[in-house]
Design a protein around this ligand. Structure first.
Ligand code: PA5
Length: 444
């Protein structure tokens, strides 16, 4: 993985990025020594290097049971309890038909919304399909996931009988507390623990991400190896200029301080759509607090050049762009030649599709830079487990450093509670009587 900031540095005052080096170092030291705000959530920092082959084998063993017994597996979870798995599985899967290698069950995601049609259609789809469930919730009480799991548990038991259902329902939750833990223990489900000191959005390298990815048929050992190598590359001992996470954190903060408040993550591979979703949660939930924070947005290019391209090129100059570039495609396809050339495309005949894509990428970078959009370029060799593992740790470490430079606690999310309090009051949840009364007054 490489980071290139040459097309971003020109937009900030000379030396502004380097000037942040003391803050980058202080942030890294605070992370290492556990002296930063949110220091009870630093389990992600050296997580990759702590993952043992025995742990990977245990995950793969559980994945095997699900693979052997299920045509589909529903991953029930929301936010950090699903976005990482979804991002990796989408990035590595075939874009059409079954989403992953054909010997693996189809992975479906639910528990991430309260759409009645979505859930009804899911249940409709699962009728007659032998399915299992991975129920993921750190708190074990998240409403979206809990409603979904209640529906799926019943359906799975009706389909297979209670005893058989137990073999294909796995819980990933807290070691002791929460309804998901109580249910798992009472029913005797296989379960994995989400470590106390790893927050949801930093949990993709725990069973939260690793089990669904393994069930989808991907090599979690290679994913973890990529993250381990990136952990070493981003180590505090590595000089700032050679540490990709430090470079990213310093550059985006320097740009933010220069007045650009929105960072757009752009990809040129449709399979990376959910990398943008995962990254938005990681950075949005970590940095958007205390009236501060870069707003993370994402676009899929070249698709969105035909929708958001105008805004990026020419709208209010408050944005900068971080591009994920994949050097080599995994497949090979060229533009065919055509004798009649009715479409006038013969100037491309024989060229790889990826070469056209790369020229679109370069042309867009130059245009956007001309349009006043700073450009950070992150490139990986190809879409595989190892490279995605690198990206995961790079963005996590970059996020920790960046949030501390910004001066917030990157590891909490107090703002997420506000909607829940109102929703529970409106739904008359026991314990919310006072809030219910207050909210009814407001609605009069
Ligand atoms: O990053 C976070 O902490 C959140 O996005 C959580 O992952 C999300 O709210 C789901 O929470 P839980 O795993 O407790 O169901």
């Amino acid at each position: 993985m490489k980071i290139n900031i040459s097309k971003a540095a020109q937009f900030v005052a000379a030396g502004a990025i380097e000037a942040l080096e003391p803050q980058v170092k202080a942030a890294q030291e605070a992370l290492e020594q556990g002296t930063c705000p949110g220091n009870d959530f630093l389990g992600w920092l050296h997580l990759p290097s702590s993952i043992t082959p025995a742990f990977i084998a245990e995950i793969n063993e559980t994945a095997k049971v699900l693979k052997e017994n299920c045509e589909a597996v529903v991953v029930a979870g929301i936010g950090g309890s699903y976005l990482g798995a979804r991002m990796v599985i989408d990035a590595l899967s075939n874009s059409f038909g079954w989403l992953q290698p054909s010997d693996a069950p189809r992975i479906l995601f639910a528990g991430n919304n309260i759409g009645e049609d979505y859930l009804s259609e899911l249940i409709g789809y699962l009728k007659g399909v032998k399915f299992g469930v991975i129920n993921i919730s750190k708190s074990g009480t998240t409403t979206e996931t809990a409603i979904t799991f209640r529906l799926l548990k019943k359906m799975c038991e009706d389909q297979r009988g209670k005893e058989e259902a137990k073999k294909v329902i796995v819980a990933i939750t807290d070691a002791k507390k929460g309804a998901a833990r109580t249910t798992a223990d009472k029913e005797g489900y296989k379960s994995f623990v989400i470590p106390d000191n790893v927050g949801g959005r930093f949990s993709v390298l725990t069973p939260v991400g690793l089990l669904p990815i393994a069930v989808a048929g991907f090599d979690i050992a290679a994913l973890v190896k990529g993250a381990q190598d990136m952990e070493a590359q981003c180590d505090i001992k590595v000089p700032c200029a050679e540490n990709p996470a430090a470079v990213y954190a310093a550059t985006r903060n320097a740009i933010y301080q220069s007045g650009k408040k929105i960072e757009i993550m752009a990809n040129y591979q449709p399979k990376l759509h959910n990398l943008g979703e995962w990254w938005k949660q990681l950075y949005g939930e970590s940095e958007g607090k205390d009236g501060k924070g870069i707003f993370p947005a994402s676009v899929d290019l070249t698709t969105d050049l035909h929708s958001m391209g105008q805004w990026i090129q020419d709208g209010e100059r408050t944005i900068f762009e971080t591009v994920i570039s994949v050097e080599k495609p995994n497949c090979s396809l060229a533009v065919p030649s055509d004798e009649e050339n009715l479409d006038g495309l013969n100037f491309l005949a024989g060229k790889r599709i990826d070469e056209v894509n790369k020229m679109a990428e370069l042309g867009t970078q130059l245009a956007h830079v001309d349009g006043g959009v700073p450009n950070i370029r992150i490139s990986i060799e190809k879409l595989d487990e190892y490279n995605i593992g690198q990206l995961i740790y790079f963005f996590e470490k970059g996020c920790g450093i960046s949030g501390l430079i910004l001066g917030v606690n990157p590891f909490n999310q107090p703002g997420v509670e506000a909607y829940k309090k109102n929703m529970f009051a409106l739904l008359n949840k026991p314990g919310y009587e006072a809030e219910s009364k207050a909210i009814q007054e407001r609605l009069k």
